[in-house]
Design a protein around this ligand. Structure first.
Ligand code: DQA
Length: 156
């Protein structure tokens, strides 16, 4: 736990095009907007006594920068790297700076889709992956992180 603040801090990162949720391919990604997801994660964090920061960027470099900035500040990272899941060595390398629980989330089940989505460059360095449960995947991720904090478990 972040000793300075004495409250666990979770960073939720969303990658490119996830700012378009609600409008973007709703048959795949649903009708919930990213603002809705962020608000519900902050509310759930509040219930758990966890500080939740949300961040979205369409730019790989900004995501790498945010992951670097989180060093020594965050206690867990929940990340949906979106298309960068399948391409970004840079995001993978940035996540490797951390020894925190890292939970990879995807709204859709990436293994049921096109073959280029079957490969995740971060799944083997993440604590775990949640894929295919829609927006509920973020809730599952935060619930899991909360459980890890409460049980003082470090699965990394
Ligand atoms: C996604 C799956 C990715 O393949 C895709 O590029 C996305 C969203 C998901 O949440 O299902 O943008 O990460």
């Amino acid at each position: 736990m972040n000793a300075e603040k004495n409250i666990a801090k979770v960073l939720i990162i969303n990658g490119p095009n996830l700012n378009m949720l609600g409008k973007r391919e709703p048959e795949i990604y649903g009708s919930t907007t990213l603002d809705d997801i962020d608000a519900s994660m902050k509310k759930l964090g509040n219930e758990f006594g966890i500080s939740v920061e949300t961040f979205q960027s369409n730019s790989e470099g900004n995501i790498v920068g945010k992951i670097q900035e989180a060093m020594g500040i965050c206690d867990a990272i929940i990340i949906n790297p979106a298309a960068y899941t399948h391409t970004s060595v840079a995001i993978r390398d940035a996540l490797l700076l951390h020894t925190l629980p890292i939970i990879e989330v995807h709204l859709s089940n990436i293994y049921k889709r096109e073959s280029f989505r079957h490969k995740s460059l971060i799944s083997d360095i993440a604590t775990g992956q949640i894929t295919g449960f829609g927006v509920y995947g973020y809730t599952m991720a935060l619930e899991t992180v909360n459980r890890l904090f409460k049980e003082n478990k470090d699965l990394k």
